[in-house]
Design a protein around this ligand. Structure first.
Ligand SMILES: [Zn+2]
Length: 244
């Protein structure tokens, strides 16, 4: 699996854009970062293979992770950030979403959860995290509402989505006569589980994502911008929403 990942990173290698620098990985603290081509996807830690998205999330996560953090929920089951979480001395709950699989059931050995209808009890987790999930959630407000519900009173939600901070959110679909229709050309993303170009993207988020979080009750919502000086400038904004 790791070997396949390394090969996939080098598959798009462009020699003229290749670079190896000494910079600490935010997840595993290893000192060498590579860029195989000029794109976020071409940048990786050479040990844990964490992408700029995973490392950006890790940087912010570390500010909120405390010795008192008992329970964490991450909305995926694989990848460098999950490997990092599972090494912490904390109870970690992982899940995946699969079409047509009921929330709360085990599918292919993984807990399945639809974030629009989580099966966890209220006030269950200290921290919830997600990477690049909510743009794929049909009713994202309902998803945010559910995260709010399952967080403890002092809990925080820390996550990333593709986001353009110079724009308002663009919905790519709408409901008409009870049916969902595309306003814009369908856009699909890839992941480790479903493969390349398999996950429908409902929207392109902008700065007003904060309003959606406030709408469901979160407070102290903030978009943390990444420093340009790290990750070859490919760091990602990370969004934080607190329950209290
Ligand atoms: Zn690393």
């Amino acid at each position: 699996m790791i070997l396949a990942k390394i090969l996939s990173i080098f598959k798009n290698l462009r020699i003229s854009e290749f670079s190896l620098i000494i910079e600490s990985c935010q997840l595993c603290n290893w000192k060498f970062m590579i860029k195989t081509y000029d794109d976020e996807m071409g940048v990786r830690c050479t040990r844990c293979l964490a992408s700029p998205v995973a490392q950006s999330l890790g940087t912010t996560f570390k500010k909120y992770y405390k010795p008192t953090t008992k329970k964490i929920y991450e909305l995926s089951s694989r990848g460098a950030f999950v490997r990092y979480l599972t090494k912490l001395n904390t109870e970690i709950t992982l899940s995946e979403y699969f079409d047509n699989v009921e929330s709360g059931t085990i599918y292919k050995g993984v807990l399945c959860q639809n974030v629009e209808k989580l099966t966890f009890l209220d006030n269950s987790f200290d921290i919830c995290t997600s990477l690049e999930v909510f743009e794929h959630v049909e009713n994202d407000i309902q998803g945010f509402r559910e995260i709010y519900r399952v967080l403890k009173k002092t809990g925080v939600f820390i996550f990333t989505v593709p986001i353009d901070l110079n724009s308002a959110t663009i919905e790519r679909t709408k409901i008409e006569n009870g049916e969902r229709i595309n306003i814009l050309k369908p856009e699909y993303h890839s992941d480790n589980i479903r493969g390349v170009g398999k996950i429908f993207c409902y929207r392109n988020y902008g700065f007003d994502i904060i309003d959606r979080l406030l709408e469901v009750g979160f407070t102290n919502c903030e978009i943390i911008k990444p420093p340009k000086s790290v990750l070859f400038g490919f760091g990602r904004p990370v969004i934080i929403a607190s329950k209290l």
